[in-house]
Design a protein around this ligand. Structure first.
Ligand code: HAM
Length: 412
């Protein structure tokens, strides 16, 4: 789990704001969901035979003996939430949530045990138009963040639960004839979750997979129409994509459209966003049929992408320097006056003792453009000395009452 230093946190904040603004502009509403849910929810929703449930959850018994889990992802909690508050069945909803998720994975660049997601879940819309909306919305987010040229959309269709079951059978039949060449993980998955073998990275297994039956040959007619319609829409809207038949996603709840946005800028952990449809999930957890689709963006990975060229704002625009006990209070009051007039400016007051010279050094170090200096003379005359730190300029004396007018001319 990582600590976020102020520079990194600033990038996270920028990303979260940017994404939140785009989502609001499309009519999505934010919900607040707990970090803990009952363990059984994730077992039912994410799937018992998935990596997440098998080996990545932080699970413990609370004081009452109930098994709880730190959420490894947000869809389960959001579905539970919508059902509990009667916000899904027969309704149209566009929700999003933000916050940390927890997975006990081997940490490396772009993969952490606590990581930040912004997730979106849409309920009550069955057609491919909402799938297209989500993908266009994501395209807009990448544009706003300035990384649209560095990410690629990969798309696939998993078909219906029934067509997947037929495919699964045929895949298992084929792979069972090539057991000797499969890696240990895939061999185990042959029994538990054979579709996950499709995204195995093992070279031997990949070779065997080249001759395996293909999922898209098994798609049911309706899923095919849904996928074709989505592709036509994306073509017309000029959103580029690549169909990648090996995208099966690591969670069990998906059907039909699944997608991932990937980048080659991050090495092995190159997926910045993943999602898809999960039309059968509500029924599976005891609710009524509710079509659903969503995605989650990994903020840690976006932050890694933005970090190299990120222009940080200075710690302060204005630094207030003072000498003497009377001046210290004047400095605090003057800073408040400036903040009233210029809420967007960063105003920092030097607190604690310090020689004038070291205060000015600090003003420079925090990147301030102006130092406001208040000494005994200034207090007596009810003025402030303004020193421009970034450009050649005289130090000028301004009456306290006229300071905001003066600043308005500097910070236009
Ligand atoms: P996911 O593919 O498991 O999907 O995670 C989504 C994104 O979270 C990934 O693409 C990645 O950017 C980020 N992520 C996942 N694990 C880590 C990690 N250990 N460290 C850093 N980043 C990570 C879901 O979570 C689904 N709930 C998405 C969804 C919502 N599908 C439908 N609705």
């Amino acid at each position: 789990m990582q600590d976020l230093l102020p520079e990194k946190q600033e990038i996270f904040r920028h990303i979260a704001h940017t994404i939140g603004d785009v989502l609001s502009a499309y009519g999505y509403r934010e919900v607040g969901l707990p970090l803990l849910e009952s363990t059984g929810l994730f077992e039912r929703v994410v799937g018992e035979a998935t990596d997440i449930v098998e080996k990545e959850m932080y699970t413990f018994d609370d004081r009452n003996g109930d098994s709880l889990t730190l959420r490894p992802e947000g869809t389960a909690g959001c579905v539970r939430f919508a059902q509990q508050h009667g916000l899904a069945f027969n309704q149209v909803q566009r929700f999003f949530y933000a916050g940390p998720m927890f997975r006990y994975e081997r940490p490396q660049k772009g993969r952490y045990r606590q990581f930040e997601q912004i997730g979106v879940e849409c309920f009550g819309m069955a057609g491919p138009d909402i799938d297209a909306e989500l993908l266009m919305l994501l395209g807009r987010i990448w544009r706003e963040l300035g990384i649209v040229g560095s990410v690629e959309l990969e798309l696939n269709s998993l078909g219906s639960a029934d067509s997947r079951a037929v495919y699964r059978k045929s895949l298992v039949e084929y792979l069972s004839q090539h057991k000797a060449g499969l890696d240990a993980d895939s061999l185990r998955r042959l029994e538990t979750n054979p579709l996950r073998i499709l995204d195995s990275k093992d070279p031997g297994t990949r070779e065997i997979l080249a001759g395996a039956p293909k999922l898209n040959e098994f798609l049911d007619e309706e899923s095919k129409l849904h996928f074709d319609d989505l592709r036509r829409t994306l073509d017309r809207m000029q959103q580029p994509y690549r169909v990648n038949p090996s995208i099966v996603r690591g969670l069990d709840y998906y059907n039909r459209t699944v997608f991932e946005w990937t980048t080659d800028k991050l090495g092995a952990q190159g997926t910045v966003c993943g999602g898809g449809r999960y039309d059968g999930l509500f029924e599976q957890v005891g609710g009524k049929h509710t079509p659903a689709v969503g995605f989650a963006i990994g903020l840690d990975r976006l932050a890694l992408m933005l970090e190299p060229g990120y222009e940080h704002r200075p710690e302060a625009d204005i630094y207030v320097v003072s000498a003497g006990a009377a001046a210290r209070t004047s400095a605090l009051m003057l800073a408040e006056q400036v903040r009233d007039g210029f809420p967007a400016l960063r105003v920092q007051v030097h607190c604690g003792d310090g020689k004038f010279k070291s205060q000015m050094k600090r003003a420079d170090a925090v990147g301030a453009r102006l130092a406001l200096i208040i000494g005994e003379d200034e207090v007596a005359a009810d003025t402030v000395s303004v020193k421009h730190l970034r450009e050649e300029g005289q130090q000028v004396s301004v009456g306290s009452g006229a300071l905001n007018d003066y600043l308005a001319k500097v910070f236009v």
